[in-house]
Design a protein around this ligand. Structure first.
Ligand SMILES: Nc1ncnc2c1ncn2[C@@H]1O[C@H](COP(=O)(O)OP(=O)(O)OP(=O)(O)O)[C@@H](O)[C@H]1O
Length: 611
């Protein structure tokens, strides 16, 4: 019976996810449809692909808003490849947007076109490039390429010089090449795509985007007589596409400055009205408009309901600050002991926090006793653990990304660098140990699981003082159930007789014998290891800084002055609060408050934290 129910649920999900048509019925070339089937195993388009592909094929500017993991990448790549592969004569490398010989083609009747995909992170850049490689297997004359931070500039220059038909790029490095690489030509640019549009702006790339649009737009005007990318004398059109699972004022702004009379896909009437009324979409905002819209406003405050995968089971757990670490480790132990073969991601707010927890999980033995015989020592958590953040060497970052993708059972500790767009197969659980801040980030983080109708669980850690955040999520139509923490803690074996007689009903999280025992062991472990202690202190300091950087409405929920710094220290297994640094954080927060008072309506400055 239960199996039948599950089967029925799966069927409903499949119908919700996939369309009842074929790729070829959407107007895509048969050879491309074959490629989708043979190389990627895609038989049927997803709902968003069925809606978006015909519109994108028609040449209109489009804004796509659809839940995480619903196939937005193919929705924009397939129509571009469809157009590029049918040019006759075939396009060549040197015809690419960036080919040095391309200018000779400006006179030909069929202007040879190329595409630029802008993404917020290096990992997403690699991911889109890899999909392109698979899709273009049969169309070897269309050359994909990527440029991104952390890579060798001269090698990138050489690749650009040879010509790239579809380029995937992160904004900073793109702008660098646009300004400094003379062979970098973009007059034939026909498609400009912003994947995870809002995140690009959230990462502080607003100015770069403006500049990129200016450079691309002005070049178009000069060489081809185009106005903002719309039909020009040469006969080709610039088509701009924006994609994101969440909408906010940043997408609204980007839509305004980059889309002309766009078709909205996946937007309800309410969202359309609230965020992106088409009459506002065509104008190009000035720098002043940008400032006015983005500084001092509460980000995400006007967003409507978010589309979350319906099969995603979302929970929260309320944990007093001092017990957070012990509870995190207990939740992970429970998860991997229940089902050894699975993948999970834990999100942290800073690189230092990722590093500390990574080393801790790699080395913390249980039961913890320095005198224990080596053969009796076991890791507390015996799963394959990876880390990912923006301060890692590019090589390690790349290796982690690839390894976590292919592993069948593994744990990834990450900052928000993994929150957007990344498609790690078979991730079953997302834990948000440090709160995500804006509701949009919550949606993208949990979106790394429950992709394309798959099962998925998410767990949000909140301190008792932070539970108003649940209401903030509710405002966006996101509601969470409580995690059965007591039951999980009770399921662990206790060490001594005295502990076994505790009254289960009366015990709080921080006095639960399992938590107390584990916390003591963690503190003993960290204090015994100089390196761990140093990392714990660094993580403590950066965690408080990140906490203090919450903006807008969220500052009311995540208030530094409400934190008990001694308890925060315990959450990094530090017996004592690193006092001097702690005081300075409080002072900083007080100082900021005073400054704010004096400035009155002064503009709020965005605090960028490296992820
Ligand atoms: N038509 C299809 N049939 C089967 N699988 C598909 C199809 N289209 C996409 N997929 C798969 O679905 C998963 C999600 O796709 P994709 O990463 O493009 O989603 P997304 O909507 O961009 O997600 P996010 O919002 O998180 O970036 C990928 O594993 C992809 O390979």
């Amino acid at each position: 019976m239960a199996a039948q129910k599950e089967q029925k649920q799966k069927q409903i999900t499949d119908e919700e996810i996939f369309a009842s048509c074929s790729f070829s019925s959407l107007g895509l070339q048969p050879s491309l449809c074959e490629q989708l089937r043979e190389r990627l195993g895609f038989e049927t388009p997803t709902q968003v692909q069925a809606q978006a592909i015909p519109v994108i094929l028609s040449g209109r500017h489009v804004l796509v808003n659809a839940a995480t993991g619903t196939g937005k990448t193919i929705a924009y790549l397939a129509p571009i490849i469809h157009h590029l592969q049918k040019y006759d004569p075939r396009i060549q490398r040197a015809d690419g947007t960036f080919g040095k010989h391309h200018e000779q083609f400006l006179d030909v009747e069929n202007i040879l076109a190329t595409a630029l995909v802008l993404v917020p992170t290096r990992e997403l850049c690699m991911q889109v490039y890899e999909i392109l490689q698979k899709l273009l297997h049969r169309f070897h004359w269309i050359v994909p390429g990527y440029i991104m931070g952390g890579e060798n500039r001269s090698k990138e220059k050489a690749r650009l010089r040879k010509g790239i038909s579809i380029l995937v790029a992160t904004p900073g490095r793109l702008l660098d090449h646009l300004k400094n690489t003379s062979s970098f030509m973009y007059t034939n640019l026909q498609w400009l795509i912003f994947d995870e549009a809002d995140r690009i702006l959230e990462l502080g790339f607003g100015k770069e985007i403006q500049e990129i649009l200016d450079i691309l737009g002005s070049r178009q005007n000069r060489s081809a007589g185009l106005d903002g990318g719309i039909s020009g004398a040469s006969g080709f059109q610039r088509q701009n596409l924006l994609l994101s699972a969440t909408l906010n004022e940043k997408v609204n702004h980007l839509a305004k400055i980059s889309l002309e009379n766009p078709v909205m896909i996946g937007l309800t009437e309410r969202k359309l009205h609230q965020n992106l009324s088409p009459e506002h979409s065509g104008s190009v905002a000035s720098e002043d408009d940008y400032e006015a819209e983005h500084i001092g406003r509460v980000i995400g405050s006007s967003t409507g309901d978010y589309n979350l995968p319906s099969q995603l089971v979302q929970r929260y757990v309320k944990v007093p600050c001092g017990s957070r670490l012990a509870v995190l480790l207990s939740v992970l132990k429970n998860l991997f002991e229940k089902e050894a073969s699975q993948k999970a991601v834990v999100f942290f707010s800073t690189c230092d926090a990722v590093d500390f927890h990574y080393l801790l999980l790699k080395e913390f033995q249980w039961p913890f006793s320095p005198e224990l015989e080596p053969e009796l020592k076991r890791l507390f958590l015996s799963c394959n653990t990876f880390r990912l953040h923006g301060n890692m060497e590019q090589e390690e970052r790349r290796n982690t990304f690839q390894a976590f993708k292919t592993e069948k059972s593994a744990l990834l500790l990450s900052t928000d660098v993994a929150a957007r767009g990344l498609d790690f197969p078979k991730v079953r659980c997302i834990i948000q140990y440090d709160s995500p801040g804006e509701a949009t980030e919550y949606v993208h983080r949990v979106g790394r699981t429950a992709r394309l109708g798959q099962r998925g669980d998410s767990l949000l850690f909140l301190q008792p003082i932070e539970t108003d955040y649940l209401q903030d999520l509710e405002k966006h139509g996101v509601s969470l159930m409580e995690y059965p923490l007591q039951k999980v803690l009770d399921s662990f074996p206790l060490c001594c007789q005295k502990q076994k007689h505790f009254s289960k009903k009366l015990v709080s999280v921080e006095t639960h014998p399992w938590v107390v025992g584990l916390q003591n062991a963690l503190e003993a472990f960290v204090s015994a290891e100089a390196k761990m202690k140093k990392m714990a202190k660094a993580a403590f300091v950066s965690w408080i800084r990140a906490y203090a950087a919450h903006r807008g409405e969220l500052k009311r929920i995540f208030m530094v002055k409400k934190l008990h710094l001694g308890h925060v220290a315990k959450s990094f297994a530090l017996k004592e609060q690193p006092s001097l640094l702690g005081k300075s954080v409080h002072k900083q927060s007080k100082k900021r408050k005073n400054e704010h008072k004096h400035k009155g309506q002064a503009k709020k400055r965005k605090v960028t934290i490296r992820t």
